[in-house]
Design a protein around this ligand. Structure first.
Ligand code: ZN
Ligand code: ZN
Length: 489
């Protein structure tokens, strides 16, 4: 997925599609304990300087269950927390208390957020058979008139087919039956391939006269769970209701439609209320030499309004909270300040990330690191180094400190949605990369719950973030962008 389409949609992604990992230097060939044809030794100042500290952080963090305890409270006691909901307010208050209890100075910064409410909703096949469909309205969708919308269904499998069947679409409900490719080790998830249908499918169909859209849920594996997510209307196009149905129900409709006419009733009580007050939560471990130089470690505190937001992004929230706590508990104070930012409203507005950038664009950000890919076993970091090859090489070296966690991979890919407004201005961005093979099975569903989170994998993520944040905040010279590649005219 490219930032270009994200920008075009105004949507945030909540994950990283993993490109091929970049290989680190292969080990020398060894015969009877003697290296043959080994490359000349490469200076390793970061490894030399930080190996002992990294080992100390990793040992402490791996044995600590503080992150999982925090996540237990956030998920079981507070639950899901969409922008504008009382639960998000409760999550903000909880995070402030938990950070203060761990000894960190805490502040909040006010941000206004969209306030979308789902309301009662239902979808039902009414011809050629009568059967309830399992559905979730898409975030931001308008509701339907009372009694819903009943119309024939036109099943399409892509943009070209939508255009080719434009004459049939007028007055119809369009079903985007587009399969998400399965996760692979080399290519990561296929999320970016299909999520544009969620983001702009409603307006594309409305331009042709459709009265509503359904979409096959954005997942490669389904146990009949519908997946919600953000959508956005284009200006100047009628706003029609949009909902996700399960993979199984999309397949059923497609089979029926291949044999004859199919009609569906879609009823949604969704409402967009006036913007609501919310806040980013900020806590710091103040640097010992240059406290005005900042390394941000962040995640988003809001979630969709189903499930518990355990992996998305409760895991990221407790990752960064516990990373700061780990360093403070060990008495490790880096040269620069490490700042935790718990962003509000990533899911349906990115107002927290935009608000932070507006308030702090003038601050000296050495690097910004985000965790928003789930609490799975860490594999390394996605980086946006802006073409600075020397910086990238030093990040590859720093990541070797995470080899004991299996988290030494450095990949070039988007770091994170919340930090993107500042990373786009040229700051170094990093995103925790995890073993995400099952993430999109539960992403944005009622099944994103605490039981899906492995406490050891979560603790390993804390370790990876704490080590990387400490090195970023302490290394001399700074691991910061100094020699970006010349921009093409
Ligand atoms: Zn999300
Ligand atoms: Zn997310």
């Amino acid at each position: 997925m490219t930032r270009a389409w994200l920008a075009a949609l105004g949507l945030a992604a909540c994950h990283g599609a993993a490109p091929a990992p970049v290989a680190v230097a292969p080990p020398p060939v060894v015969d009877a304990g003697v290296a043959i044809d080994a490359p000349p030794p490469v200076p390793t100042p970061i490894l030399d300087a930080y190996a002992a500290t990294a080992a100390q952080i990793i040992a402490h963090a791996r044995a600590d269950r503080g992150a999982f305890a925090k996540l237990g409270f956030l998920t079981d006691r507070i639950g899901n927390r969409l922008a504008g909901s009382p639960a998000l307010d409760a999550a903000i208050a909880w995070a402030m208390d938990a950070l203060a209890a761990d000894g960190h100075p805490v502040t909040t910064e006010a941000v206004m957020v969209p306030h979308w409410r789902r309301g009662a909703e239902r979808a039902q096949l009414v011809a050629p058979i009568t059967r309830d469909l399992v559905m979730l309205g898409l975030g931001g969708s308008v509701g339907t008139p009372r009694g819903g919308v009943t119309a024939p269904v036109v099943v399409v499998h892509g943009w070209d087919e939508l255009a080719a069947r434009a004459a049939e679409v007028k007055g119809a409900i369009v079903l985007y039956d587009v399969a998400m490719p399965a996760w692979t080790e080399a290519g990561g998830s296929g999320y970016g391939d299909v999520v544009p249908f969620r983001g702009r499918g409603a307006s594309a169909a409305a331009q042709l006269g459709a009265v509503a859209v359904l979409m096959r849920s954005v997942t490669a594996h389904s146990l009949r769970s519908p997946h919600t997510g953000a959508m956005r209307y284009a200006d100047g196009v009628p706003r029609i209701p949009a909902a996700a149905i399960t993979v199984e129900d999309a397949a059923l409709i497609a089979r029926l439609a291949a044999a004859g006419p199919v009609r569906v009733n879609l009823t949604m009580g969704a409402q967009l209320l006036p913007d609501a007050p919310s806040a980013n939560v900020i806590a710091e471990l103040r640097g010992r030499e240059r406290p005005d130089e900042l390394v941000v470690i962040g995640a988003h505190l809001d979630s969709w309004d189903v499930g518990q937001g355990a992996h998305d992004d409760g895991a990221g929230v407790v990752h960064v909270m516990q990373a700061l706590t780990t360093l403070r508990a060990l008495g490790l104070t880096p040269r620069r300040t490490i700042r935790v930012v718990l962003f509000t409203n990533e899911e349906n507005g990115l107002r927290g990330g935009k608000g932070y950038a507006a308030a702090h664009g003038g601050d000296h950000h050495v690097a910004l690191l985000e965790s928003d890919s789930g609490g799975f076993a860490p594999r390394g970091f996605r980086v946006e180094a802006h073409g600075d090859a020397a910086l990238r090489a030093r990040l590859v070296e720093a990541a070797q400190l995470l080899a004991p966690l299996g988290a030494a991979a450095i990949e070039d890919d988007e770091a994170g949605a919340d930090i993107s407004p500042l990373v786009e201005t040229g700051a170094l961005g990093l995103g925790l990369h995890v073993d995400g093979r099952t993430y999109f099975d539960i992403h944005h569903t009622a099944a994103d719950t605490l039981d899906k989170v492995d406490p050891q994998a979560l603790a390993d993520g804390v370790a990876a973030i704490a080590v990387m944040a400490y090195v970023l905040a302490d290394a001399e010279p700074a691991l910061a962008v100094t020699a970006p590649a010349p921009s093409t005219p």
